[in-house]
Ligand binder design. Structure first.
Ligand code: UDP
Length: 472
């Protein structure tokens, strides 16, 4: 039953950057807070004015202007530039209500949100939706420890394995490719030393040394993996899926199709919500999939459809299903799926790890090359395809990697590792696990802050609660 205003531990505002890969982890965290007695509001430029009920908790979704007085126009850059203006209005709207916000959890790539938190006396918490390894790389570039363009082929950074240039996030290996995005990712650190807490969607054992290194600089709490509770700890009743989907999944079709396939016989293929493959790459991928002779379920977004080779769908109708969007978690958890050919977006990577699904890694841009490096060499849960001439992965390479993961000797070791990581992911969110303890820590701090509304936490007073000292 819905609680009356004032009956909550505190009111938390959770602000994701409005793209699928940032909304999913932050809304999941919001749901976890709601299940622990918080009222949670998620502002978004996306035209969603719904509320999500999760067990006994409630997450409200509030439309917020993107700076152009249009909540239906999802203009991300305008949101970034003017997000703070709209945010201030939202915070002020609740100031005289019975449930004013006490805490702002903001996407780390919206650092100006921390100014709003400071101006309104809120507990200000930065949320990193990417891995600690990737966060660390951006930090070192921002600090000038790594200068661009990279001059050396082997890069050694504290807490990370040795990285080659092709293992670096694309904005770093090719700094001229997207200079404005490079600026955004480096800007995450512009005021981070002023944040009360830093949350990261990862877990301690997954990135042990990188987490330790980060903890030496900021008050870090790892709270991931942020999959719906049903897939891991089962502690939150009714938390079965991501709640905000920017596209409609073909759920029934996918389920029916997978149900009719044998155990571990399907290659699931998806490049997430943003990446676009060149037409020649799409063609190589299509024929590589066909030649591997496995069943496949391939997500090809509407905008990419025209790049499918002609006759491909007809020629593969027996073995393949192509959909425009699917319920990825349900697919990965289905027993028919034997491997995931993935772009290695951080969410997809965590989802595959958490569900024990072996991967064929085919990174495209942003943080994906670094995630792919970890998938293959650090966690041993997949193979990374080799890029051929003109930057295209050839069909033979695709076929070879798929076959090796599905049927080969390395595939056996990969499956054993994948099962191990699945168990570890479950453990960290079970009662007393590292992420569970960190979420409880956050709950205790936000509740205490709300009760006292004292500036104690904001001016380095965190020490009194035993929090890692801010060394920055
Ligand atoms: N996703 C989905 N259905 C699809 C493809 C992707 O639900 O057909 C979800 C996926 O589960 C993940 C998110 O979309 O949570 C994609 O995030 P990721 O970080 O993997 O990649 P991005 O889209 O940010 O590149």
């Amino acid at each position: 039953m819905e609680k009356k205003d004032g009956a909550y531990k505190a009111h938390v505002l959770v602000l994701p950057y409005p793209v699928q890969g940032h909304i999913n982890p932050m809304v999941q965290f919001a749901k976890r807070l709601a299940s622990k007695g918080f009222k949670v509001t998620v502002p978004t430029t996306i035209p969603a004015t719904m509320s999500m009920h999760i067990g006994s908790g409630l997450v409200d979704v509030e439309p917020i202007s993107d700076g152009q007085d249009s909540v239906s126009k999802n203009d991300n850059l305008a949101f970034l530039a003017d997000g703070s203006g709209a945010l201030t209005k939202l915070v002020e709207k609740y100031e005289d209500s019975s449930d004013p916000f006490c805490c702002l959890v903001y996407d780390s790539i919206l650092p100006r949100a921390l100014d709003v938190a400071r101006q309104h006396g809120l507990y200000g918490v930065s949320f990193f939706t990417q891995s600690c390894a990737v966060d660390a790389i951006y930090y070192h570039v921002n600090q000038g420890h790594l200068t661009l363009p990279l001059a050396t082929a082997a890069i050694s950074l504290p807490g990370l394995p040795e990285l080659g240039i092709s293992d670096m996030p694309s904005f770093i290996s090719e700094p001229k490719s997207y200079p404005s995005i490079l600026e955004f990712v480096l800007n995450q650190f512009s005021n981070l030393e002023k944040a009360d807490l830093v949350l990261v969607n990862t877990f301690d054992k997954l990135e042990d040394e990188a987490v330790r290194w980060m903890e030496g600089i900021w008050p870090v709490l790892t709270i991931g993996p942020t999959l719906p509770s049903m897939y891991l700890d089962m502690l939150i009743e009714g938390d079965k899926s991501y709640s905000l989907n920017l596209s409609n999944p073909n759920s029934d079709l996918c389920k029916k199709w997978l149900d009719a396939r044998q155990t571990a016989s399907v290659v699931y293929v998806s490049f997430g919500s943003v990446a676009n493959l060149e037409a020649d790459q799409m063609e190589e991928l299509a024929w590589g999939l066909k030649e591997s002779n496995n069943n496949f379920l391939w997500v090809v977004r509407e905008s990419e459809h025209s790049k499918l080779p002609s006759k491909f769908l007809e020629e593969t109708i027996e073995k393949g299903l192509v959909v425009t969007w699917c319920p990825q978690l349900e697919v990965l958890a289905h027993q028919a799926v034997g491997c995931f050919l993935t772009h290695c977006g951080w969410n997809s990577t965590l989802e595959a790890l958490s569900l024990g699904v072996p991967m064929v890694a085919m990174p495209q841009w942003t943080d994906q090359p670094t995630n792919a490096k970890y998938v293959e060499e650090v966690w041993g849960v997949g193979l990374r395809v080799k890029v051929g001439e003109k930057g295209v992965v050839r069909r033979e390479e695709m076929e070879k990697c798929i076959r090796e993961v599905m049927e080969g000797e390395r595939g056996k070791a990969i499956r054993r590792n994948a099962s191990k990581w699945r168990e570890l992911a479950k453990d960290v969110l079970a009662e007393g696990g590292s992420s569970d303890k960190n979420i409880e820590e956050f709950v205790a701090r936000a509740t205490f802050f709300n009760a006292s509304r004292s500036p104690i936490f904001r001016a380095g007073g965190t020490e009194s609660l035993g929090l890692t000292q801010n060394l920055a």
